[in-house]
Write a protein that binds this ligand. Structure first.
Ligand SMILES: [Zn+2]
Ligand SMILES: [Zn+2]
Ligand SMILES: [Zn+2]
Ligand SMILES: [Zn+2]
Length: 350
């Protein structure tokens, strides 16, 4: 066995656990929680292994290949895996995604430490489990798509899991039905519930910012996301994009990027007039949340990042390079922003 084989076998095992986590839900919800959570952890570790095998060993400075191959090591926690993915692989797992995994892990811990005799007959507890699975799969699926070169041998497993998850959602239909009065009230008040990207039910209630941008919260599974509706830059048909600036058009399969969104969401006329009058708050800004370059557009009084969909109520100029940024620009004169090195860096180059 070499490192590649271990990656293969870890990933294969993860999909096996995932399939069980979904498949055994009806008969054994408790084990379904445990297996589903283990699968998420294994896939994060597998991605980490792509950087280096020793990174999944908790004390990686003491990692020993012979012991590792023999399975004699303590592996990283979910939090450590996230930190190492960020610091070493430059792969950030957003808070929303990680929180969905953490909820799953907390639930798993509860299941392991406290005996819950009646979970099989507890409809509420079961709906909660499926809701957690839906939210976690939504985020995990996105990460796997983002890491498609690492997981390219597992495309079939990923789409099989996605199909299984679509079937899994049926356990939420009782909850959806029970919410009918609430959803009717939303409609009566002029709101239009949309299909939730995590559980599929038309129960995601928008709290629109304007005509194109709407944060949503699903009443069935509690998933939150921000949807942006624009005309596809390739085929001109309306497309809905959720949570981040990368998507594939459902109509023409064209790739949509944050640059397309910046262009579609910029109020070109207002920006043109404002800039002509010396009002630079309409110029594209950099994002302090995702470090996106010129990904932030002004929408009325708020600033919206077309890459990470973060919102800010103001921008500040970098005191060194004068680029507008969302986020904290204190000390930027000496240390710069994400896109310049400030005075300190400039003097170093001298
Ligand atoms: Zn939902
Ligand atoms: Zn299109
Ligand atoms: Zn951003
Ligand atoms: Zn700067």
């Amino acid at each position: 066995m070499d490192h590649h084989d271990i990656f293969e076998s870890l990933t294969r095992n993860a999909f096996d656990f995932l399939e069980r986590g979904i498949g055994e839900f009806d008969k054994a919800p408790k084990y379904s929680v445990i297996h589903f959570c283990a699968a998420v952890e294994m896939l994060l570790k597998a991605r980490l292994m792509k950087e280096h095998w020793s990174l999944i060993v908790s004390k990686s400075e003491q990692a020993n290949l012979a012991k590792f191959m023999g399975g004699d090591f303590a592996s990283v926690t979910m939090d450590e895996a996230r930190a190492r993915l960020r610091d070493i692989a430059g792969e950030d797992i957003a808070d929303e995604a990680f929180n969905s995994f953490r909820t799953l892990a907390n639930h798993r811990n509860k299941m392991i430490h406290f005996f819950h005799a009646d979970v099989d007959r507890d409809g509420l507890a079961k709906a909660q489990i499926v809701a957690e699975h839906c939210r976690s799969w939504f985020h995990l699926h996105r990460l796997l798509n983002r890491w498609d070169t690492d997981f390219r041998d597992f495309i079939a497993d990923i789409s099989r899991a996605d199909r299984a998850m679509k079937g899994h959602r049926k356990y939420l239909s009782a909850k959806f039905k029970a919410l009918k009065p609430e959803l009717d009230a939303v409609r009566k008040a002029g709101g239009k519930p949309k299909a939730c990207s995590a559980c599929g039910f038309k129960a995601a209630v928008p709290d629109p910012l304007d005509d194109e941008i709407a944060p949503l919260r699903c009443l069935v599974c509690d998933h939150t996301e921000t949807q942006v509706e624009i005309d596809c830059p390739h085929c001109n048909q309306p497309v809905v994009i959720a949570n981040e600036g990368y998507a594939t058009c459902e109509n023409c399969a064209g790739a949509i990027t944050p640059e397309h969104l910046v262009n579609a969401l910029t109020d070109h006329e207002s920006a043109h007039i404002a800039i002509a009058n010396g009002d630079d708050r309409w110029e594209p800004a950099n994002c302090g949340n995702c470090d996106g370059y010129h990904t932030v557009v002004r929408r009325g009084d708020i600033y919206f990042c077309a890459n990470c969909f973060d919102q800010s109520d103001h921008v500040e100029q970098c005191e060194w390079c004068n680029e507008p940024n969302t986020g904290d620009m204190e000390h930027s004169y000496s240390t710069g922003c994400r896109h310049c090195d400030g005075k300190v860096g400039w003097e170093k180059d001298d």
